[in-house]
Design a protein around this ligand. Structure first.
Ligand code: ADP
Ligand code: MG
Length: 220
């Protein structure tokens, strides 16, 4: 088991956003999280990715790759996120001043890996994504689908154990959305990481290994 979260609660401004949510994630699987807007999907993903902390309760556990995340310092969490967790958001978040290949390399350079090693892997990922011909384009010259695929490559550059994607195809038309998710399956087969994907698209959810439904802060 890669990730095990139990009894996650989260309240903000005295509103209960997550109420006793538990889930498990295994390597090499794609799990979809669906549910209405406001259900707490983004909050849950942020907590699993250590971007937010759950409420402090004695029954809450959050274990990743065999160790608890709840006792790590901010510095340890930042390192863990950089090394082991990939993030993809609805908005690509690419830096406009940099080319596709430069954007992909940034998390690898932050990790202080040799530039040449990072670049070689970035080109490998571009090849897997069918985007070698776009390596030296800046984001404004790329289509929406291409930008999201570059964002996926950036999320994968440090070979994470888990990718958290929050409505990654929310800004894409249906063919591009389906293409992106087909790519997730291809990447999981190749890299053996896990994908946890929030999506509103039923067709995409059905293609996942499992579907979790979050409604009003509770897992159905
Ligand atoms: N900073 C905040 N303060 C208070 N309420 C918040 C805050 N952030 C989110 N919420 C509320 O938490 C609920 C869940 O939000 P979110 O996790 O973004 O849901 P989803 O991603 O499923 O749409 C919503 O009702 C939202 O209004
Ligand atoms: Mg959301």
């Amino acid at each position: 088991m890669l990730l095990k979260a139990s009894h996650i609660y989260k309240s903000k401004q005295e509103v209960d956003i997550l109420k006793d949510v538990s889930l498990e994630l295994y390597s090499s699987e794609i799990v979809a999280i669906t549910g209405p807007s406001g259900a707490g999907k983004t909050t849950l993903l942020n907590i699993l990715g250590t971007l937010e902390k759950p409420n402090q309760r004695t029954d809450t556990t959050l274990d990743f790759n065999g160790s608890s995340l709840l006792t790590l310092s901010e510095q340890q969490l930042a390192k863990l996120r950089n090394q082991s967790i990939g993030f993809v958001f609805q908005h690509h978040g690419l830096l406009e001043e940099f080319t596709a290949i430069e954007n992909i390399c940034i998390p690898g350079l932050i990790m202080k890996k040799p530039k040449k090693v990072v670049q070689e892997y970035a080109y490998e990922l571009l090849e897997t994504l069918g985007l070698t011909h776009r390596a030296h384009h800046k984001p404004q010259a790329l289509s929406g689908g291409e930008k999201q695929r570059i964002a996926v490559a950036r999320a994968l550059i440090n070979d994470p154990k888990m990718v958290l994607a929050d409505e990654p195809s929310g800004n894409l038309d249906t063919p591009n959305a389906l293409q992106l998710h087909d790519l997730f399956h291809h990447l999981v087969d190749q890299l053996k990481c896990a994908f946890l994907v929030v999506t509103h698209n039923d067709e995409i959810a059905r293609k996942s290994d499992r579907i979790l439904v979050l409604r009003d802060g509770e897992m159905e």
